[in-house]
Design a protein around this ligand. Sequence first.
Ligand SMILES: C[S@@+](CC[C@H](N)C(=O)[O-])C[C@H]1O[C@@H](n2cnc3c(N)ncnc32)[C@H](O)[C@@H]1O
Length: 160
Amino acid sequence: MGDSKRFTLFAQYIFKNFPIQKYTRIADIAGGKGYLQKELCKLGYIVTTYDKRHHHIKDSFLKFKYKYFDKNIKEEYDLLIGLHPDEATDVIITEAYNRKIPFVIVPCCTLPTITKYKGSSNYNSWILQLKTYAKKLGFIVEEYQLKISGKNIVLKGIFK
Ligand SMILES: C[S@@+](CC[C@H](N)C(=O)[O-])C[C@H]1O[C@@H](n2cnc3c(N)ncnc32)[C@H](O)[C@@H]1O
């Protein structure tokens, strides 16, 4: 069970770092039940949550796509995000690169999909590999720590 403050605090981080006028349309990838989408919508963003899970909170204004996000998704977004996105983590970085838009992720489990994982299976090593991958693709990467228990490192990538 993750820290329930993660949704509000991550939404606030996004609000501070990505002005709504420029980054209006967000893809919330691996968004699970939609709690993060709900927080972002309260702040004014237009958000679509991608996840295969059908079990989500019931709010008519929330938008869900019951599928995994990958290179076949054609909808346009200004920002790709993932909170504890499991095997979507390196997919988000890669798709942000393909679209030349920023990404923000809070990685959790070491579950590479596109990259080959070379480190030991610990959090710091996973974070380092993700940062190195994003920098190689041409992103400027910044790190921040959310004030939550558990996996709390935010990686923000802005395309140069
Ligand atoms: C640990 S859960 C996190 C859910 C939510 N973000 C949260 O913090 O509660 C990881 C989720 O990633 C989803 N997932 C993994 N790969 C995905 C992909 N490529 N696109 C969309 N969802 C994906 C899984 O179905 C799962 O619901």
